[in-house]
Design a protein around this ligand. Structure first.
Ligand SMILES: [Zn+2]
Length: 273
């Protein structure tokens, strides 16, 4: 199952494994109002990256996509648990599943529709209450998914008492911090990891494409542009200040703070090309 591993690296005493657990086949240009993404240069496929974080007494999954629902072109679709086992990250050992926001490709893997059971029965699943309405996801959170919207995996978790919203979020391991970063959805959050002085951010859908990092005003049609812009600038400033590495949900590269302008201005990040 090694094809599912996009990256594996250490951060202090943590081992971070970035897994490709799906692929979105889309015309990306259609998801932006206008500008440089239109035309033949726009990618038509985006990976769905989920992160496993392992350390002393620690096994945390950040986002959970089921590859059977978003199969990667040219590969045999396998379930998320099979993919995790193949990568040496046994699902039964996962204690926390952090869901960055309420979009289907980020949470559909929490529930096995074949066996009608939770895939991570020993884990607390954590989602912002700002994406949660009356016993289900808010309509705003489901807006971007269109026909693919299906909140049932989360509703099943809630019924079993495995879903924690803000009011009852259990303490996270100290290496992890959740940071509100609204824009993609109201409840969109990113994850800061810190170990032995090294810092890494999983930015989820703060950016979908390198072009958005180069041009932070580029905004998908469903997002709250003003909120997204503020979140981007705050997070990029935090990345620069801590000389952090970072990844996003739909790009398989590990980026470094060095790619931004040394002037620490976020107005003109250096080209990624
Ligand atoms: Zn996404």
């Amino acid at each position: 199952m090694s094809h599912t591993i996009a990256q594996r690296f250490t951060l202090g005493d943590l081992t971070i494994t970035a897994l490709i657990l799906g692929e979105i086949c889309d015309t990306v240009a259609d998801r932006f109002e206008s500008g440089p993404l239109t035309g033949a240069g726009a990618p038509s496929r985006l990976p769905v990256i989920c992160l496993h974080v392992a350390g002393p007494g620690l096994s945390v999954l950040i986002d959970a996509c089921d590859p059977r629902q978003y199969p990667v072109t040219g590969t045999e679709p396998v379930g998320i648990c099979t993919a995790l086992r193949g990568a040496g990250c046994p699902p039964e050992g996962v204690t926390h599943v952090i869901l960055t926001h309420g979009h289907h490709d980020h949470f559909c893997g929490v529930w096995d529709t074949d066996t009608d059971q939770a895939n991570f029965p020993n884990a607390r699943h954590i989602l912002s209450a700002r994406d949660w309405g009356d016993a289900t996801l808010t309509a705003a959170a489901q807006h971007a998914d269109g026909p693919a919207a299906d909140p049932r995996p989360l509703e099943q978790l809630l019924g079993l008492g495995l879903l924690d919203l803000d009011t009852c979020t259990p303490a996270l391991p100290p290496a992890l911090t959740l940071i509100d970063a609204p824009g993609e959805t109201d409840g969109h959050r990113v994850v800061r990891l810190c170990s032995q002085g090294q810092v890494f951010f999983f930015l989820a859908d703060l950016f979908h494409l390198p072009a958005e990092i180069e041009m932070p005003d580029l905004c998908p049609v469903w997002a709250d542009a003003a909120a997204l812009n503020t979140s981007r600038r705050l997070l990029l400033d935090a990345i620069l200040k801590s000389d952090a590495r970072f990844m996003c949900s739909h790009m398989s590269e590990v980026f470094t703070a060095e790619m931004f302008s040394s002037s620490r201005s976020l107005v003109a990040p250096r080209s990624l090309k």
